[in-house]
Write a protein that binds this ligand. Structure first.
Ligand SMILES: Cc1cc2nc3c(=O)[nH]c(=O)nc-3n(C[C@H](O)[C@H](O)[C@H](O)COP(=O)(O)OP(=O)(O)OC[C@H]3O[C@@H](n4cnc5c(N)ncnc54)[C@H](O)[C@@H]3O)c2cc1C
Length: 367
């Protein structure tokens, strides 16, 4: 779709990743006229993400922030968009966690004594995978509330249903603020929202934010024989975690494996070191032969660990922000999008710890 300069939009969103797309749906559901602008590059963090929704993560098996609210918002939202578009892209999928050592098993057992964890974690199982190709000597367990968003499919379907223009915005040149509107590439709107992922580090209006960013490499692998013969990981409908994760795709015998965290080389070029790291960890516990059929990399936008930041610019009320989804985009995007949409449309409060205007840098920065 081409940008229609003469039409007045309620909101123009810059960026059609998980953040921008999910916000657009929420504003549209509230009756707004929304335009998204994005250059539609093939390799973005959202397009290559595995889309795993794992409420409990890390070696310490930490329960994700506000997990019940996030899960409820995510399930309800993705189901609504699936109904509206008629295309499935969200799959509840139990995840199997293989314990790497005795300590992990002990932490798992201890966590199960806690009421907030018990619905997420099965009883530890000595032989969670009775499969000779997988080294599961330490046993494992099932994470029951997990799921997977086919992010690329969700974005593609949304692009067909939302008003999306193909454009890359230069904020110094293409965006002008006026008393009663903002213009983006000449198109007038009531407000503009930056949802650019890590590329927002180039946005002059948000240069004061302490972005970190973590590059992630991810592989697609194909086992050489059928699952039943090769005894490849788990069953085709489950995700397997053991330091790294392996998730099924819709292609036979084909899985995605990842991901790395590189805090220094913040580009989107697949790296030999990233591939080597993933393959080394894969060989730790999978013995079936496979081929690498694809390799991608992108930078996750991180401002603060695991929590996005949303809200209005400290001095420019027509400029909003939605960024920093980190490793939790699939789980967190719907809750943050709803919270931001409610704030923009009804003035409802954003929790202080995720409100852009309450960042200490906002108070310190001279605009
Ligand atoms: C290897 C890897 C694996 C991952 N796995 C998972 C996972 O399993 N589960 C999970 O929840 N998360 C995962 N993530 C994290 C997830 O990808 C991010 O949380 C999420 O994609 C961030 O979405 P975003 O919309 O903020 O940013 P992005 O996906 O970067 O989207 C930003 C969009 O804005 C566009 N844009 C940028 N600048 C401009 C401009 N000036 N004008 C117009 N458009 C612009 C870009 O082209 C892009 O389309 C993974 C990330 C990586 C790298």
């Amino acid at each position: 779709m081409l940008v229609q300069p003469l039409k007045r939009w309620d909101t123009i969103i810059v960026g059609q990743g998980l953040a921008g797309t999910t916000l657009a749906w929420h504003l549209l559901e509230a009756g707004e006229r929304v335009l998204i602008l994005d250059p539609d590059r093939p390799n973005t963090a959202s397009k290559i993400a595995a889309g795993l929704i794992t409420p409990i993560t890390g070696q310490r098996l930490a329960l994700s922030w506000r997990v019940d609210e996030m899960l409820a918002a995510a399930r309800a939202f993705y189901a609504r968009v699936e109904r509206r578009t008629g295309v499935p892209f969200f799959y509840p999928r139990p995840a199997i966690r293989l314990f790497q050592n005795d300590t992990e098993r002990e932490i798992w057992a201890k966590r199960r004594l806690n009421d907030s964890y018990v619905k997420h974690l099965s009883v530890p199982q000595p032989d969670v995978l009775l499969d000779p190709a997988i080294g599961d000597a330490n046993g494992g367990g099932f994470q029951m509330e997990s799921g997977q968003l086919d992010v690329a499919e969700y974005l593609a379907v949304s692009r067909d249903h939302l008003a999306v223009g193909t454009a890359e915005i230069d904020w110094s040149r293409d965006v002008t603020f006026h008393a009663d509107h903002v213009a983006v590439l000449g198109a007038p709107a009531n407000r503009v929202i930056s949802a650019e992922g890590y590329a927002a580090t180039r946005n002059p209006f948000f240069a004061w934010l302490p972005f970190k960013g973590a590059k992630g490499d991810i592989l697609t692998i194909r086992f050489e024989r059928a699952l039943s013969e090769a005894a490849a990981p788990a069953t085709p409908s489950e995700c397997l975690h053991r330091g790294i994760w392996i998730v099924p795709t819709s292609e036979p015998h084909t899985f995605r494996v990842g991901a790395t965290y590189d805090w220094d080389n913040l580009d989107d070029r697949p790296s030999a070191a990233g591939r080597a790291e993933i393959e080394e960890r894969l060989r730790d516990f999978i013995r079936a032969p496979y081929k690498v059929t694809d390799h991608n990399a992108a930078v996750r936008p991180i401002i603060r660990e695991s929590k996005a930041l949303i809200g209005l610019h400290p001095t420019q009320a027509r400029l909003g922000f939605f960024n920093g989804l980190g490793s939790k985009g699939a789980l967190h995007a719907p809750w943050f999008a709803k919270t931001l949409a409610d704030h923009l449309l009804n003035g409802s409060e954003i929790p202080r710890d995720v409100d852009l205007r309450h960042r200490k840098e906002a108070a310190e920065y001279v605009f």
